[in-house]
Ligand binder design. Structure first.
Ligand SMILES: [Zn+2]
Length: 180
């Protein structure tokens, strides 16, 4: 499971990490939620938690208990949404399921650079078929480490297949030879 820098699960903060000024705590409520931009997702709001807030520069540092559970609840919400996944949502789901961009691309039969562009929002979406497959993959991986390892092995097979379909010739001792 992953955590972004700046996230803390239990410890509180005395001084602002940005400017060193004193910190005040506030409780994020349903009316005054905390915007969880640290997740890499825009528009996710959290409440029922304490947020340390800098009295000078207004930087906020949330205290997020049970973060693994929170991330799996967010993932479940994203997997169930009827619209195509946005790039930032794909990135969140992929990281939450523990896949590298290369592994994920191989499983989707997409190039890593395409997945990278989708995640950064340069290309808007995956194709509807790849979007469905992405959800199936992260769901399977969520159901256990064994399923994740199996999927990683499949990704390796796919990468190897791609490598073999790109013959590589090396000139050594004045002879051209196929690199095994
Ligand atoms: Zn500050």
């Amino acid at each position: 499971m992953f955590a972004y820098s700046g996230q803390r699960s239990t410890s509180t903060l005395e001084k602002c990490e940005e400017c060193g000024a004193n910190i005040k705590q506030r409780t994020a409520t349903i009316k005054t939620p905390y915007n969880y931009g640290l997740s890499g997702l825009s528009g996710i709001r959290l409440s029922g938690i304490l947020v340390c807030r800098c009295s000078r520069c207004k930087s906020e540092y949330p205290i997020i208990p049970r973060i693994v559970e929170l991330h799996s609840v967010i993932a479940e919400h994203l997997i169930g949404k009827p619209e195509l996944l946005k790039g930032e949502e794909i990135r969140f789901l992929r990281k939450n399921a523990g896949f590298s961009q290369n592994e994920f691309a191989a499983l989707l039969k997409e190039t890593a650079s395409h997945v990278n562009r989708v995640e950064r929002g340069t290309t808007t979406h995956l194709s509807p078929a790849a979007d469905k497959l992405a959800r199936a993959i992260v769901t399977a991986a969520k159901d256990g480490e064994r399923a994740r390892r199996l999927l990683v092995a499949l990704a390796e097979q796919e990468t190897e297949k791609r490598r073999r379909s790109m013959p590589h010739f090396n000139l050594a001792r004045n002879r051209w030879q196929l690199v095994a």
